[in-house]
Design a protein around this ligand. Structure first.
Ligand SMILES: NC(=O)c1ccc[n+]([C@@H]2O[C@H](COP(=O)([O-])OP(=O)(O)OC[C@H]3O[C@@H](n4cnc5c(N)ncnc54)[C@H](OP(=O)(O)O)[C@@H]3O)[C@@H](O)[C@H]2O)c1
Length: 301
């Protein structure tokens, strides 16, 4: 793949991907750049930063014709019109503007109907998984998938839709990223971790290094109509288990509070992904160990 255009480039996930790709490729990064420090880091790594807002869909400064458009942007305002417009219409209009050679759209396993510990493959029923914590999220991610599928067929842009499970890892600036890092912050503050009733709450966390490493293969797998895959670690890990592991490594007490005001486990089949990408490289205990080390290495610890 020659040139990449990455949206959401300052985000928890995309910054790592952009920095990794920029070592060997021309990478243009798109965001509003509300985080000026992230922009500085990206530009230092060789990423060309272009300001655009998916809500207004003014793409005048966005160069057309990238070999690959990779969409990591997400708007989580919880305002229905804004989130649907930005997440669904936004990627459709951007695809029409860029006319990329290929499209990788980052979706979420939060598009699946809640199913407890059942292992979900790509044909599993969709539903409003994240309603309890982010009312617009699952529905706008489902809507985005459908816009992407339509643009794929309309413009004949080979496309992969990859449904990400739980990303985590250490960012290019050495900071811990993802939901497990949020759990570390809660445990450090002595707060209980919300836990959906009924253990274990299984997920398939995936390290940022594996996410970055699998992007080229996911693009190679792009088709018309779109290929749809889960994007996740092959190991099932309970949220309870990873919190206890992180707590042990960092000297915290892992306490849990049963509540239905959180999401339950979402665990997925990775067979289709692995047929394209091969197995992930980072075992969860190694990745979470690095996360804990980065947490402890923060200034002031
Ligand atoms: N984090 C997770 O646990 C998780 C789990 C499953 C799937 N995913 C998916 O993974 C992808 C990346 O998520 P993330 O957690 O890394 O996101 P994030 O940290 O919230 O970052 C969102 C990115 O989108 C940009 N953005 C927000 N509003 C925008 C707008 N109106 N126009 C243009 N850009 C805008 C932000 O930059 P500006 O604000 O500067 O514009 C930022 O770069 C998303 O598709 C998400 O649904 C995430």
């Amino acid at each position: 793949m020659g040139t990449y255009l990455l949206t959401g480039v300052t985000g928890q996930v995309a910054e790592s991907v952009a920095v990794a790709l920029a070592a060997d490729h021309e990478v243009v990064g798109l965001a509003r750049f509300t985080d000026a420090a992230a922009r500085d880091r990206l530009e230092s790594a060789g990423v060309r930063c272009v300001v655009a807002d998916l809500a207004s869909a003014d793409f005048a400064d966005v160069p057309p014709g990238a070999d690959a458009l990779v969409n990591f942007a997400v708007v989580k305002s919880q305002r229905w019109d804004l989130d649907l417009r930005s997440n669904a219409e936004g990627i459709g209009l951007l695809t029409a503007h860029v006319r990329p050679g290929r499209l990788l759209h980052c979706s979420s396993t939060g598009v699946y109907a809640p199913a407890g510990a059942e292992v979900l493959d790509e044909r599993s029923p969709l539903g409003d998984n994240h309603r309890a914590i982010m009312p617009t999220y699952s529905i706008s991610k489902i809507a985005a998938e459908e816009v992407v599928r339509t643009m794929c067929r309309l413009l004949e842009v080979p496309t992969t839709i990859a449904r990400l499970n739980v990303p985590y890892g250490v960012g290019p600036d050495g900071t811990p990223r993802g939901w497990p890092a949020f759990h570390l912050a809660m445990m450090e503050a002595g707060m209980p971790i919300p836990l959906f009733p009924g253990e274990p709450n299984l997920f398939n966390p995936i390290d940022l290094d594996d996410i970055a490493a699998t992007v080229p293969a996911l693009l190679d797998a792009a088709t018309v109509p779109a290929t749809v895959l889960n994007w996740a670690g092959h190991e099932q890990v309970g949220l309870e288990e990873w919190c206890r592991y992180l707590a042990d490594r960092c000297g915290y007490d892992a306490r849990f509070e049963a509540t239905t005001s959180t999401i339950g486990g979402v665990t997925v089949d990775t067979t289709a992904m692995e047929a394209v990408t091969g197995p992930n490289r980072v075992a969860w205990r190694d990745g979470f160990g690095r996360l804990a080390d980065a947490w402890l290495a923060r200034a002031g610890h």
